[in-house]
Design a protein around this ligand. Structure first.
Ligand SMILES: [Cu+2]
Length: 162
């Protein structure tokens, strides 16, 4: 095989290669700058979680947590369910007034707006724990939970039980 370039076409090829390198280099740098954001994109942050044993045997326990939506690009998320290998069934509950009486009400999901924070706390949103297994809290055993979000997927949190 023989390559035969005239002086002029070699110059054109060199110039073309130079332009390609010049064009791709800034793009590569920009991509490298953006990658860490995508890799460390945090799931919703779950904090201040704690659970309370049932006051009476056979009654449900209750758990509270604060959810902070830290998804990038301002994405709204929705909490669909919470599961645990230590609880038979977990329901999302809230409190609302019904004819002047504060009552618990089951909700299908809990919206966690972009950049927002949702607080589960006594008198408001809470997790109802039906069939809470015995935990050896004397040895520091805690309650493992998995929160299932539409966008973030499953997010784990282990909380102390009082
Ligand atoms: Cu409840």
């Amino acid at each position: 095989m023989r390559f035969c370039f005239s002086g002029k076409s070699s110059l054109v090829i060199l110039l073309a290669v130079f332009l390609m390198v010049a064009a791709t280099a800034p793009a590569a740098i920009a991509k490298a700058d953006m990658t860490p954001d995508l890799v460390v994109a945090p799931a919703p942050v779950l904090s201040e979680g704690w659970a309370k044993r049932p006051a009476l045997a056979g009654r449900p326990g209750v758990a509270y947590v604060t959810i902070t939506n830290t998804l990038p690009q301002a994405v709204d998320d929705v909490l669909r369910s919470v599961t645990s290998p230590k609880v038979k069934k977990i329901e999302l509950h809230t409190h609302s007034m019904d004819k002047g009486v504060m009552r618990m009400r089951r909700v299908e999901s809990v919206a966690v707006p972009a950049g927002g924070q949702v607080e589960f706390r006594p008198g408001g949103l809470h997790l109802m724990l039906f069939g809470l297994h015995d935990l050896d809290t004397d040895t520091g055993e805690q309650l493992p939970l998995v929160f299932n979000f539409d966008k973030a997927g499953p997010v784990s949190l282990t909380i102390p039980v009082q």
